[in-house]
Design a protein around this ligand. Structure first.
Ligand SMILES: [Zn+2]
Length: 339
């Protein structure tokens, strides 16, 4: 390696009559190597763009003060229906890492990537991080069965995998690996943070699962097909959906059929996402002698869901309250409900 810098030394004024300063040269060489091999200058924060506030919170917990995060959508927005703004592209162009949920869950992302015009941000590029990699997806179509017959979204499998806290731990590891790649000097810190987050998420899951134990197997209706990971993790069973297919609004016939199905199944709670029609959810719930409850699908989706862990604490607290209320109401004859 010394040979490669010899010509420069010969051309440096004063280098001929001074003894070679090997210590200084080695340090300078090391600094050059660091600049070449690391894509972020020493001391600069890694710039992350995250599609959702949930992904942003995972990145914050893994990256700490070594990262700067921009989040594109808000927690109470429908991730499938975001309208990208020109400012999104400006943020994306400056990103060292772009974190996305992948699959077809954020159909507005490909337009954004095209607009940013940077090869590294495209799928397969060095800055593109798809958090669905490594997740055991649910509702994946069988080989050769890929179609839009079940709606326009979720065609590669269900995209709401971060609603299982243990999938959040897998995503955190993917984020740590990506950060270690662009900022290798802090690789150990990123991986230690992901490990610590995984431990917290395991404790949280154990705690919340035991809180839900009294309701094990309870049937519930959901508005959008956003909940298979959450329901499986916390022991509930889906009895029906307000959207006839993911992303397709319900008609009156479907709603009245659903109310009947709910009664037959004994489902007493309707879960509705913050961005879907609470009026529709309440209407079905009322006809079936049930209650509607708004649960967050993303960090920031409802009051108090300020972190990834809080998202689950708040959702489980709301759900338990709804299930308690529903069973108290079931003990009395339902007012206005037809037999
Ligand atoms: Zn969805």
């Amino acid at each position: 390696m010394n040979r490669s810098i010899t010509p420069h030394r010969r051309l440096t004024p004063g280098s001929i009559d001074r003894p070679p300063r090997r210590g200084w040269r080695a340090a300078a060489l090391a600094a050059v190597c660091l600049l070449v091999w690391s894509s972020t200058p020493a001391g600069a924060k890694v710039r992350i763009v995250a599609t959702t506030p949930t992904i942003a919170d995972l990145a914050r917990q893994v990256g700490g003060d070594l990262v700067r995060i921009d989040t594109l959508m808000r927690g109470n927005e429908n991730p499938h229906n975001v309208v990208p703004k020109p400012s999104f592209i400006m943020k994306l162009r400056k990103a060292d890492l772009f974190l996305t949920g992948g699959l077809d869950g954020e159909p507005w992302v490909p337009t954004l990537i095209r607009g940013a015009r940077k090869t590294s941000l495209r799928p397969g590029g060095s800055a593109y991080v798809d958090l669905s990699v490594g997740i055991a997806l649910k509702e994946v179509p069988a080989p050769g069965q890929l179609s839009r017959a079940n709606g326009d979204i979720h065609i590669f499998g269900n995209t709401h995998y971060l609603l299982d806290p243990l999938n959040g731990a897998i995503a955190a590891r993917t984020i740590a690996d990506a950060l270690a790649r662009v900022d290798p000097a802090h690789a150990d810190r990123y991986r230690a943070s992901a490990d610590a987050l995984e431990a917290r998420l395991r404790d949280l899951t154990e705690d919340l699962t035991s809180q839900m134990a009294p309701y094990a197997g309870a049937p519930v209706v959901v508005y959008h097909r956003a909940w298979p990971y959450f329901l499986d993790r916390f022991g509930l069973v889906k009895a029906g959906e307000i959207e006839p297919k993911p992303g397709i609004p319900p008609g009156p016939r479907h709603l009245s059929d659903l109310a009947q199905t709910m009664r037959a199944a004994g489902a007493r709670v309707v879960i509705v996402e913050p961005y879907n029609s609470l009026a529709n959810a309440r209407s079905v719930a009322q006809r079936a002698g049930a209650v509607a409850v708004v649960l967050a699908t993303n960090v920031g989706g409802v009051d108090g869901a300020d972190t990834y862990e809080d998202l689950f604490r708040v959702n489980i607290a709301r759900l338990r309250e709804a299930l308690e209320g529903a069973s108290a109401a079931a003990a009395k004859p339902a007012r206005g409900a037809r037999p």
